[in-house]
Design a binder for this molecule. Structure first.
Ligand code: F6P
Length: 535
């Protein structure tokens, strides 16, 4: 049954009609306080009745039992027949987690031990490159979920780096990415980490094989060059071996960890432990676990991922606001929005319910963002005065990462935070004016998330908050948030174009190069292959 058929949905539709006429009142009640994070949603266009109806919606959707099914390892990713257990990756002091009757915790702990041992032997210099130099330049090659989460965490935790260690990411198949990241890379101190769950992703395999050629051209064709300068994170041991990587240097994970939910597996664990040290990676796991426990145990009405997800549903399905801005007032969180983009949109950009029937309401939302205050000088004009409100998440911290300008009365961090406090109120309350150009309507909803430190623990907590907020929306809407068939068609057509390019390169006159293509694509491809825009 569609969630639209529930009593709560009907109630919410009726409430919306009345509520738009009411002024926004910022009350004390619309806040969740914990000792790690404060979530203030008092600037949302809701009142207590709406919140009660949203909670009823969650009950009618069976949210609690769906959350429990996820944590317990049931195969809730039904289209791929998989459990969804990224939470087990950080269940370090918890009990067994069973998949098909098998406890997965010993394997998870074994991989963590392996990461710990390997990273500490790199840091101590016990493991060296082929010429005997220490491996200090880590280059992670991966894309999508095998890149975005780790990059967000690496950026957010950069001051916690192990001295001398550097980490860069190559994701785009555009050779510019490879060329720039390797331009000043010292091959003798470089360690490539090939991160790919499937070890088949076209972009990653192309970058990995280019890296292999690059390394051979620099240090020679001895197979030990690849063995000493390449390691892998994957679920595909045979393919890793075929690439030339020592199977001992492969770090595994499991099909119950989806790509975009894999940052706390070896996908993030290996590059981040090399860069930040295992202990700091462990703190990321602790932060994520803190949020997991909160999500699983807090009552729905005090549950941060649940409330934030229900407010998203309210904004999307009832208020008609289908985009959301993610605005961390933190330069360290500059890669949070790109990670949110994948997690939100690859998970919930779906048009059918879990049983395959078409949805009859909007799902998913377009999320985007920039760190404050950069965004203020970019797209905030539209957020403040555009025709459709864009709900916004303001994320701020009590403490800066760097004490810059401490001698001033108003430090850099204070300066940043003046904006953090001002912007949500400008959106919420607006400004009247006789000049229509200077009017601000107000009643533009936002959330505030306030944390203490920009440290690995907080970074892990915010990662898990995102994961659970996304899952909650899928659970309430009745979607499968854990597959991603929508990315397949473009890949398939890309392979067909690749085949045509190969034909052309063998024989430029081969008529089958363009056969069966539509006119537009045939003409454009012809131009590309001719190398002239006006040929
Ligand atoms: O874009 C599709 C996708 O399958 C993502 O879901 C995934 O995170 C990414 O490609 C990378 O996949 P892999 O880790 O297998 O290389």
């Amino acid at each position: 049954m569609s969630i639209k058929q529930t009593q709560a949905w009907q109630k919410l539709s009726d409430m919306k009609k009345k509520l738009v006429k009411e002024p926004l009142s910022v009350g004390d009640g619309l806040q969740v306080k914990t000792d790690k994070i404060i979530f203030d949603y008092s600037r949302q266009l809701v009142n207590e009745n709406v919140m009660a109806a949203l909670m009823q919606l969650a009950e009618e959707a069976g949210l609690k039992s769906k959350i429990e099914s996820m944590f317990c390892g049931q195969k809730i990713n039904v289209t791929e027949n998989r459990a969804v257990l990224h939470t087990a990756l950080r269940n370090l002091s918890g009990g067994p987690v069973l998949v098909d009757g098998r406890d997965v915790m010993p394997e998870i702990k074994a991989v963590l031990q392996k990461i710990k041992g390997f990273s500490s032997r790199i840091h101590s210099g016990e493991i060296k490159g082929i010429t005997g130099k220490p491996l200090k330049n880590i280059v992670a090659i991966g894309i999508g979920g095998s890149y975005l989460g780790p990059e967000y965490l690496a950026e957010a935790c950069a001051p916690y780096t192990v001295s001398g260690m550097k980490l860069s990411f190559i994701s785009n198949v555009d050779g510019t990415d490879f060329a720039r990241k390797t331009a000043s890379l010292d091959p003798e101190t470089a360690l490539f980490v090939i991160v790919s769950k499937t070890f088949t992703t076209a972009e990653t395999m192309k970058n990995a094989s280019t890296a292999k050629k690059w390394m051979i051209s620099k240090l020679g064709a001895d197979p030990n060059v690849i063995k000493k300068h390449f390691i892998a994170v994957s679920t595909a041991a045979d393919k890793v071996k075929a690439f030339g990587i020592d199977p001992e240097n492969m770090f595994g994970f499991w099909d119950f960890v989806g790509g975009r939910f894999s940052a706390t597996s070896a996908v993030g664990g290996v590059p981040l432990s090399l860069y930040l040290g295992y202990d700091n990676f462990h703190k990321i796991l602790e932060g994520a676990n803190w949020m997991d426990v909160h999500y699983r145990t807090a009552p729905l009405s005090e549950n941060i991922p649940v409330i934030s997800a229900l407010l998203d549903i309210w904004n999307i399905n009832f208020m008609g606001f289908k985009t959301r801005a993610i605005l961390p007032y933190s330069q360290a969180y500059s890669k949070y929005a790109p990670h949110c983009q994948q997690t939100e949109m690859e998970s919930n950009g779906k048009s059918v319910l879990i049983d395959g029937t078409p949805v009859d309401f909007d799902t998913g939302e377009i999320v985007f963002g920039e760190p404050g205050t950069n965004g203020q000088h970019s797209f905030y004009q539209l957020i403040h005065q555009g025709t459709t409100p864009v709900p916004a998440d303001f994320i701020g911290f009590l403490k800066p990462q760097y004490n810059v300008g401490q001698e001033d009365v108003i430090t850099h961090h204070d300066e940043l935070m003046t904006n953090f406090f001002a912007q949500p109120d400008a959106l919420a309350f607006g400004q009247d004016s006789n000049d229509p150009h200077k009017k601000f309507s107000g009643k533009r909803p936002s959330n505030i998330f306030l944390l203490k430190e920009q440290d690995p623990f907080s970074a892990g907590l915010m990662l898990a908050l995102l994961e659970h907020r996304v899952a909650t929306k899928g659970f309430v809407w009745g979607l499968n948030s854990f597959d991603q068939f929508g990315v397949e068609l473009g890949k398939k057509l890309g392979l067909d174009i690749r085949r045509r390019m190969e034909l052309f390169k063998k024989d430029q006159k081969d008529p089958s190069v363009y056969a069966g293509l539509n006119n537009s694509t045939a003409k454009l491809l012809k131009l590309y292959l001719s190398g002239e825009l006006y040929s």
